[in-house]
Design a protein around this ligand. Structure first.
Ligand SMILES: C[S@@+](CC[C@H](N)C(=O)[O-])C[C@H]1O[C@@H](n2cnc3c(N)ncnc32)[C@H](O)[C@@H]1O
Length: 256
């Protein structure tokens, strides 16, 4: 009787150790095949990075939009806020233009943008990026946003750009994360770019974007897939208002 109790007592730590070891192995196995991101809202997003990453999506549409109107309404909440618009057009005005000017000067040096380019900024809000383009000499520049800001920004939805096919030589956007339909967002850029035209996107890959974002991007591969009518030119790390990656595409020439 005494012996049995002693034996079962000595077995307990061994069993406990075995369970801990097994749990740890499972934990390491699962997490070696995935990455965890925690969004600003506290939402935990798990994305595959192991051999299955081709299957695991690295572009996720955020749930919660009940209709297209609901999505537009959400986007407008921030853009139409009078206090914020005052800040964007006063305190933030020059600071932001200065940063955009550096990005566009760099693209001019790389011969991806010139003074002769007809340029569009997609999701330009109050148009600091448009003003920056003009200051570096790209005078034929315009912005597009849900809310107009004349004369720099005209009203329009980037899912249905109000421009003819093959209008622009250059399109810039730092609002890919606001697209509810990323395929339409990219499709419209490719439609309105001339053959050989350049698209420059600033996106967040390693950081989570804000609560007004409609999608989360975890690698540039979905972009390369979406830009199927364009050649990938390059990608590089940047520091652009919370966006960390510049990705550049050139629209293919039409096959005759
Ligand atoms: C983060 S802000 C970027 C503003 C600007 N590019 C800048 O850096 O100052 C996102 C902008 O995208 C606009 N936006 C969101 N959804 C849009 C849509 N479907 N069509 C056009 N603009 C949209 C918003 O109104 C907002 O001005």
């Amino acid at each position: 009787m005494k012996d049995t109790t002693f034996k079962s007592r000595s077995l307990m730590p061994k069993c406990f150790f075995l369970i801990v070891l097994l749990s740890l192995s499972c934990f390491i196995f699962v997490f070696s095949k995935s990455a965890i991101f925690i969004s600003k809202s506290g939402q935990v997003i798990q994305v595959g990075t192991g051999p299955n990453s081709e299957i695991s999506p690295t572009l996720k549409i955020r749930p919660g939009y009940t209709s297209y109107d609901n999505y537009i309404h959400h986007q407008l909440q921030k853009t139409t806020n009078p206090k914020l618009r005052k800040i964007w057009t006063t305190r933030d005005w020059e600071r932001k233009i200065h940063v955009f000017t550096q990005f566009f000067s760099d693209l001019k040096h790389k011969k991806l943008l010139s003074n002769e380019s007809k340029a569009l900024c997609v999701g330009a809000r109050v148009g600091q990026e448009v003003e920056a383009l003009k200051r570096v000499g790209v005078l034929d520049s315009i912005g597009l946003d849900l809310v107009p800001y004349p004369p720099l920004v005209i009203k329009g939805d980037f899912h249905h750009q109000p421009f003819d096919d093959e209008t622009f030589d250059f399109e810039f956007s730092n609002v890919f994360d606001h697209a509810l339909y990323p395929d339409k967002f990219v499709g419209e850029i490719q439609r309105t770019l001339k053959a050989g035209g350049i698209c420059v996107l600033h996106v967040a890959i390693s950081r989570r974007s804000d609560k007004y974002s409609a999608n989360d991007l975890f690698s540039i591969h979905p972009l390369i897939k979406l830009f199927n009518g364009s050649d990938f030119v390059y990608t590089r790390k940047v520091d652009g208002f919370g966006l960390d990656t510049e990705v550049v595409f050139r629209k293919k020439n039409a096959i005759i």
